[in-house]
Design a protein around this ligand. Structure first.
Ligand code: SF4
Ligand code: SF4
Length: 56
């Protein structure tokens, strides 16, 4: 399953810079992951200061 970003996201942008396939972009109220592009590497979850990305 692809990773998904929860509402805990504070839009810091750290995860987007770490994603190897550029699957993360800034959304209206939080960052969002393109589930079709995500290769489930876990880098976003490792980088996030608030633990927002998790496997859906
Ligand atoms: Fe990108 Fe990896 Fe996070 Fe998927 S799990 S969004 S590929 S950093
Ligand atoms: Fe949101 Fe975490 Fe990504 Fe920062 S690293 S934009 S808080 S999901």
């Amino acid at each position: 399953m692809a990773y998904k970003i929860s509402d805990e996201c504070i839009s810091c942008g750290a995860c987007a810079a770490q994603c190897p396939v550029s699957a993360i972009s800034e959304g209206d109220s939080k960052y969002v992951i393109d589930a079709d592009a995500c290769i489930e590497c876990g880098a976003c979850a490792d980088t996030c200061p608030v633990g927002a990305p998790a496997q859906a």
